[in-house]
Design a binder for this molecule. Sequence first.
Ligand SMILES: [Zn+2]
Length: 431
Amino acid sequence: MKTTINKLCLLLLVTTLLFINCQAQDFKKYFSDSTLRIDYTLTGNADGQAVALDAMSRMPGWYGKRVHMAEVPVRGAAEVTMQLASTGEVIYRQAFSTLFQEWLDLPDAQRAPKSFECVQLLPMPRDSVVVRLTLFNPRHEATATIVHGVNPKDYTLRRIGEKAPSYVVLNEPTDPNHAINIAFVAEGYTQKEMDDYLEDCRKGTEGLFSYEPFKSLRNRFRIIAVCTPSQDSGPSIPSEGIWHETTLGSSFDTFGMDRYLTTLRMKRMHDLLAGAPYEHIIVMVNTDKYGGGGIYNSMNLLMTKHRLFIEVLVHEFGHSFAGLADEYAYEGEEMNDFPRDIEPWAPNITTLADFGSKWKDMLPEQLALEIEHTDDDNLDTATLGLYEGAGCCLKGVYRPCPNCMMRTLKVPIFCPVCRKAIARVINHYMP
Ligand SMILES: [Zn+2]
């Protein structure tokens, strides 16, 4: 019996090794170890949107996933795919969201069209490919698409990042080939304030890894701090008449919301990082004014001098890394993002249109459709169920627990559904 078990174990081990090997070979079969950066312009208003190609360039090294290339762990509001020109086989897929699509929900988008920068990093294909970028509305319908070819031998692909910017490594992964690469970028820190910035990055790193599931999976991450000094100290605050010359031109009052701190300079941000090992971006803004924003697979940007610095960093990283939705809803600040007959793509909220695709399997059967109502003072994070009020909607959108990091910064823990969703994204990078 023992021999049989050993043989079985050996067989499983060999199968696993073959599988790992096959996955690794797949990457090498289709891609070279460099990055294809494509800059797009997203334009339009609530009446209609379009995507246009701006520029393409080549950077040394590839710092995204090397397995599960044609799958995504979480859908987003947009998607980019790469297909072999010869066979049509999809060899890469990535989901993301954009500030442009957030803007489309606002009254301002009923007026004149605007344009937004969108930068995508893709693994450099070995052969000619067709790249398709699609934006979706909350009903998951495509609203704008661009389809274009890329020939990796095209000599007009601009070479960038041949010389890496100056950076400091803050966390090393055990396996660099399957690491998740995060880069901090300094915004509104002058050259004299670079040591202070690095100290904030160290605090941010330790803060992130004090939360589960990041804590137990720390060895999967490479974290670097790229030194990008600004001329002026602190970001612009238009509502206070403060305009500063900073490296990313970040600003409060985005879309007229005072605490919405963002940057629109996506191309500039990626120019600063070119040549460094990065995929996910956390922009550290040197201000004590409360604010920040996180957009799925796009960027995370936040203030570093407020007492809630770490909590905001971790909350926004929930958005930017794992596509988690806000689990709060406040009277007077409701959004109408979620058609109730459609299941939203974020893993931690549901309209019950397709609850089976969410956390129904984590609930005891008798609890699966019981709806609870709670108020903000209930800090019990343990009771998994269905709680009304989430995604900035007071009615008809539900969250998994009374409380969670994605609902209030008073609770220093992600709910079990969010923890599972984050771990799923982390494991997506592993064979
Ligand atoms: Zn949660």
